[in-house]
Design a protein around this ligand. Structure first.
Ligand code: ATP
Length: 352
């Protein structure tokens, strides 16, 4: 595991230390540690079953960890009941009270905290304005669209000014366009309120758009925690490189400084200080290839897809290597069967 820049060390608002959780034989969390700085939005990104929800439940107090602890602002909350944790939450399946109006739904956390009626009216009004639902107070959840329901859930999660905001795939059920709108809205709101936030998703694009940092999880363990650019440009291992973005991953051995020998005998020039003899992984993002240049690959196009702004080409190269290449969509789509040569600069290759 690697910890990236901007990890907020020293100003950690949320600290998760060595948290482990098993369900029978299943290791859901394998001693997970991470910290989230005050006002930071950290995304936990991972495939289904990687332990994301379990980790969030431990933070929220719905699961008791077998080992480890959770502190917020320096106070240990590991055995505090959920209601006393001062955490706002939004889940994928709206979970609004169906028989209560929008106003009553948003007022609920304040009533639980015995806030006075005038104050409730004021704060509910503010929260609904923030999610752009002023005027919808009297409606029932079933009279709202999916996106509007999620906005009510968001208003309910922030209305009591929580110390932490936890979002578990909140836009999973929404269509793509609405999802993108909601992502930007959440980001704006989270920044404006300076809310320390954990956002869970299995969608890498969503993670890249939203986050200050991303923690990539697999099989109950964190693979890498870093800023969005670092995760994309300098993944720590095969799993991260493959899970985030499209990739070409090769393996080889450093044969000399700045030179990787691939199993098929060819050599790649790279910008790396790995010592000769080291076994390395090589990541080449499809969009970093250009016609000609250093590190040439010649191959036959076996698949060509038009994607609006770019062409996505699958090449079968000499030596059996398959390569995914993206090129700006200019002119006609190259035909399958055509042989082309592309190159990639040493600086565009990430060695891990
Ligand atoms: P998804 O994206 O599908 O929600 P996830 O990354 O959130 O997945 P978790 O829900 O945390 O994953 O589950 C992690 C592992 O723990 C899975 O193998 C799951 O089957 C198991 N698990 C989670 N909760 C329980 C439970 N209450 N009882 C038994 N096994 C569980």
């Amino acid at each position: 595991m690697r910890t990236g820049k901007g990890s907020g060390e020293g100003s950690a608002e949320l600290l998760i230390e060595g948290v482990a959780k098993r369900f029978g034989d299943v290791v859901a969390l394998d001693h997970v540690s991470l910290q989230v700085a005050q006002g930071e939005l950290l995304t936990i990104l991972g495939p289904s079953g990687s332990g994301k929800t379990t980790l969030l439940k431990v933070v929220a107090g719905f699961e008791t960890p077998d080992a480890g602890r959770v502190t917020v602002g320096g106070a240990d909350i590991t055995s505090l009941p959920p209601a006393r944790r001062d955490i706002g939450m939004v889940f994928q399946n709206y979970a609004l009270f169906p028989h209560l109006s929008v106003k009553a739904n948003v007022a609920f956390p304040l009533e639980m905290r015995n806030v006075g009626k005038a104050e409730i009216d004021r704060r509910v009004g503010e929260a609904l304005a923030m999610v752009e639902l002023a005027g919808y107070e009297a409606r029932l959840p079933k009279q709202l669209s999916g996106g509007q329901q999620q906005r009510v859930a968001l208003a309910r999660a922030i209305v009591f000014n929580p110390r932490l905001l936890l979002l578990d795939e909140p836009f999973g059920a929404l269509d793509r366009k609405l999802r993108e709108t909601m992502q930007l809205e959440v980001r704006r709101l989270q920044r404006r309120l300076g809310l320390t936030t954990i956002f869970i998703t299995h969608d890498q694009e969503e993670a890249l758009v939203l986050s200050d940092r991303i923690a990539v999880m697999n099989k109950g363990a964190i693979q890498q925690i870093a800023t969005t650019t670092e995760i994309y440009e300098r993944p720590a291992n095969d799993f991260v490189a493959d899970f985030v973005g499209e990739s070409n991953i090769l393996h080889g051995t450093m044969s000399a400084p700045g030179l990787v020998a691939l199993p098929d005998g060819r050599k790649l020039m790279v910008d790396s200080e790995a010592a000769p003899g080291a076994r390395v992984g090589v990541l080449m993002r499809p969009e970093r290839f250009a016609p000609g240049g250093i590190n040439e690959f010649t191959g036959e196009i076996v698949e060509a897809v038009y994607l609006g702004t770019s062409f996505k080409l699958r090449l079968a190269c000499e030596g059996g290597q398959e390569l995914l290449v993206r090129q700006p969509a200019r002119g006609p789509l190259p035909a399958a069967g055509t042989t082309i040569t592309v190159g990639i600069d040493p600086e565009a290759i990430h060695v891990f």
